[in-house]
Design a protein around this ligand. Sequence first.
Ligand code: G16
Length: 540
Amino acid sequence: MTIKTVSTTPYDDQKMGTAGLRKKSKVVMQENYVENFVQSIFNVIGDAKGKVYVLGGDGRFYNDIAIQKIIKIAAANGVSKLIIGRNGYVSTPAASHIILMNKLDGGFVLSASHNPGGINGDFGIKYANQSGGQAPSQISDKIYQESKNIREYKIYESEDIDLSELGTQKLGDMTIEVIDPVKDYAAMMEQIFDFNALRQLFAKGFRMKFDAMNAVTGPYAVKIFEEMLGAEKGSVINAKPLPDFGGLHPDPNLVYAKELINIMNGKDAPDFGAANDGDGDRNMILGQNFFVSPSDSLAIITDNYALIPAYKDGIFGVARSAATSTAVCRVGAARNLPCYEVPTGWKYFVNLMDSKRITFCGEESFGTGSSHIREKDGIWAVLFWLSIIAATGKSVAEITKAHWQKYGRTYYIRNDYEGVPTEVADKLMADLEAKLPTLKGKSFGAYTVSEAAPFIYNDPVDGSSTKNGLIIKFANDSRIIYRLSGTGSSGATIRVYNEQYKKDDLTGDSAEVLKPLAALAAEIAEITLRTGKTKADVTT
Ligand code: G16
C-alpha cells in the first residue's frame, strides 16, 4: 500500500450551494471529480494530521464508490481517524451529533438531500466543520477557489475497505471505525423526549405511518418508532434505503410523498403521518386529511417547548429563514423570546445556536430543529409532534387549529418555477431588484407596498453580511419573497414565497386565500413574460 500523487485537471463548477456540492450523478462520476473536490477541502484545511472526521451518506447511487475515494484520499492526506456509518450510511442529523458528541473536526455526508437519486438523478457532498454544521460561506468560497486551481491529489492505493462489519481497522496510519449510525442518535432522542409517555401513547393503540421514502431514515425510524416506542410493525413504510430510492423523489411534501398522503387521506387513516427526506433532515407532518405547513409546525413546536423534558426549563430564542412565514415570531413576541431572521441555509443558524441566542429554528423547506445538533432534524420534529399529541390528547388538526385561534393564521404557499435558464433567472432577479425602490407606496388593488428591499443579514456573531432574496411587504400583513434556489443541479429554480396573515378567517384553503397575492407576485416579476411559464411547476 502506497500513497500516490495523481495529476489532475480542475473543474470550474465545484461551488457549494445552499447545502454542499450538489450535481447530477453523471457530473460527479467524471474522472477525478470527487477526488478534486475532496482534495480541495483538505488543501484548505491544511495539515490534517491528528484530525478525525465522520463519513457516511444517504445510501444513494454512487455513495459506495465516492465513500471509498474519500477514505483513501483522507488516509493519504494524513487524517488520523474516520468514523463511518455501517455500510456507508449516516443521516445528516446523526452526523452532526457524532461530530459534537465526539468533538470531531468535521465530516462528510454524501447526499443530495431531497433531490432524486440514481444515475440520472443527483449526487452531493455536504462538508461540515467542527461546529457540527455545514462549513460557512467564508470556507466554502475558499474551497471553490482551490478547486479551480487544483493540479494534483493524494490517494492511498489499496483495496476497498469493507464497511459491512462494526469495528476498527487501519488504512496506513489512519484508523477507520465502522459504527452503528443509529445507536447514539437514538440514545440522544431518548434524552430529549419522554419516551415513557410516547410508549404509553402507542400502548393505547395510537397509530402512525412514517414514510422513509426508501432513504436513510428507514433504519432510524424502525429502531425508534417501532422497536423503542412500540408503534405497530409496519408503521414505517419504504423503510429500506435503496440506491435509487425505489424511484421515489425523497422530498417529503404534498407533491412527492404520494403514498403517505393517500394513506392519510384514505379510509381508516392512522392518527398521525410523517415523512423524512433522503438524508433525514427534512420532515413533513400530517394528520388525518390534514397537512401542517412547515412554518406552522415551527411555531407550534415553539409554543409547546415546555412539554418536552429537554426544554422545560426554558429556551433562549427562535429563528427562521426570511422566506419562512412569520408565524414563529408571533409566538416569540407573545412569549418574550427573541426571533431572528436569517438567509436560507441551515448554516446561518449555527452562530445563533453556538452563542446561545436561539434554541429552536426552522425553515419553510420542511426543516425544523434545535440546538441539540447543528442541522435540521426530521426525526426530532416527528418525536416533538408525537410528544405534543401525547401530552395534550389532541389530534394534529386540533393542535394546529387551536394554535391559529390563539395567534391568528399565517397562510403560506411557495411557488417554484423550475428549469429556467440561468441567464433568464439572473436577469429577472436583477431587474426586479432594480425596480424595488419604485414600488414603495404603490397600490395593486388591495395590496399597497409598505416596504420593498433585498433581504440583507448581518450576522450578530461574526459580523458577516449576506444578501439573499428580495422582499416586498404590503400594508395588509402580507409579503412576497423572491429568491433563486441554491440546491438545484441544473438550470435555475425561481422560488416565490407568498404569505398573508389573518387574525380571523382561519379555516380557508391556502391556495385559494393566496391566489390574488400569488398572481400579483408573478405579475410584478414578469414571470410569464420572461420564462414562458403560465404557472408554477411545483407548489408547496
Ligand atoms: C437545504 C438547506 C436549507 C434550505 C434548503 C432549500 O436543505 O440546508 O437550509 O432551506 O436547502 O434551499 P434552496 O431554497 O436554496 O433550494 P437540504 O435539505 O436540501 O439540505
